[in-house]
Design a protein. Structure first.
Length: 380
């Protein structure tokens, strides 16, 4: 007998970031299981007119929201999803006998679980931004106000998935004990010849940083480091509220050596990674850090801060370096280290090997399959 599962996510691609991409890929994988009947409750964006990408054999239910941008839902977008999503979910629960509801992010998506506490079991996949104090300065007042609800959501879940051991530890500290499983994210593999077409033997070292331009990502530290190095250039992919201040910092410290490319699609990001020598992002609050894995798949050595889930991706001095948070001098030293082409090649090969060993989609799917199987959903 087929089991009926409802995915609830306030955002799915083309919106959001790494967590939303994981939700989309897990959904696609589960849709191939003949023992499951899948539906999705998510949001479309009034501002851009865009809707979430469809998945074959999956029925989508959408509610309208006003997003701040493609990468950022914003407070208004989250409030709209909770209010309109609650109305939609109430109707769906009356019409359907769901065996499981899978929420992606305890806040805002998981807030809808109060509509069926004790009636329909649910799983929570945490994104990191939904864990209080994990991303410094991000929505902390909202976290404070919602803390009692967030604790109840996590405590009453049949299972909770965290994207890293760091996220699990933060969840247990801030929201209390729960049945938390760690499932790392993944990235798409590339053909070997795609990596080989880029000639990295050139005079100027090309760095790349990818992400939303917000303070805790520490793009300012990367720009300052470029200003402290010779024969180094930087490409920044992404957009966000810090862009203007970062552009001003470039003018003061390393004018003419930093390009801001804005938002790019997935294929364009891969192209830029393949043109680069080293990936750098010393952020201090990553639940996991999908962009690091994407960079490794492209054969790049990586530099990150010893903070959050990134410390579980980078093997220090093997496929890159972990620096102490906000340590500009150490970052400059590590960047200059990669001017040695032989060391870049060695760490590039290590990045590819670690990616294939730990961060491919079949590994993610296998672990989510175990979560569902434990609840007798979809697998005998």
């Amino acid at each position: 007998m087929r089991k009926k599962v409802l995915f609830v996510s306030y955002a799915l691609p083309p919106f959001g970031g790494g967590g939303e991409q994981v939700a989309r890929n897990v959904l696609s994988y589960l849709s191939e299981n003949d023992l499951l009947e899948l539906e999705v409750l998510t949001a479309a964006d009034i501002h851009s007119g865009l809707s979430p990408d469809s998945v074959e054999n999956v029925k989508f239910h959408t509610v309208p929201t006003w997003r701040k941008s493609r990468a950022d839902t914003g407070i208004i977008g989250m409030l709209m999803f909770v209010m309109l999503g609650a109305c939609k979910l109430r109707k769906l629960l009356k019409k359907n006998n769901y065996d499981l509801v899978h929420y992606w992010a305890s806040v805002p998506s998981g807030l809808l679980s109060f509509l069926h506490h004790g009636d329909v079991p649910y799983v929570i996949s945490l994104f990191g931004g939904d864990v209080p104090k994990f991303n410094s300065g991000q929505y902390q007042l909202l976290h404070f106000l919602l803390a009692p609800f967030n604790k109840s959501i996590v405590r009453n879940a049949a299972a909770v998935v965290a994207m890293s051991r760091a996220a699990k530890t933060a969840t247990e500290k801030e929201l209390g004990p729960a049945n938390i499983k760690v499932i790392w994210n993944a990235a798409d593999d590339l053909p070997a010849d795609a990596r080989a077409v880029i000639d990295r033997d050139k005079q100027t070292l090309r760095l790349i940083s990818v992400g939303r331009l917000v303070g805790w990502k520490r793009f300012n530290l990367v720009i300052s480091a470029v200003g402290g190095c010779d024969d180094v250039e930087l490409v920044i992919v992404g957009d966000g509220p810090e862009r203007k201040s970062l552009e001003n910092l470039v003018e003061k410290t390393c004018s003419g050596r930093v390009q801001f490319l804005g938002m790019l699609n997935k294929a364009q990001v891969s192209d830029e990674l393949l043109k680069s020598d080293v990936f750098v992002l010393p952020s201090i609050g990553e639940s996991f850090g999908n962009v690091f894995v994407e960079a490794m798949a492209c054969g790049l050595p990586v530099i990150g801060a010893r903070a959050g889930g990134v410390a579980e991706i980078i093997e220090n001095e093997k496929n890159g370096f972990l620096i102490e948070p906000d340590n500009l001098g150490e970052l400059i030293d590590r960047i200059n280290f990669f001017k040695n082409a032989d060391e870049r090649k060695r760490m590039s090969e290590e990045s590819i090997g670690l990616f294939k060993e730990k961060f491919t989609w079949p590994r993610v799917f296998e672990k989510y399959q175990a979560v569902y199987k434990e609840m007798h959903i979809g697998w005998r």
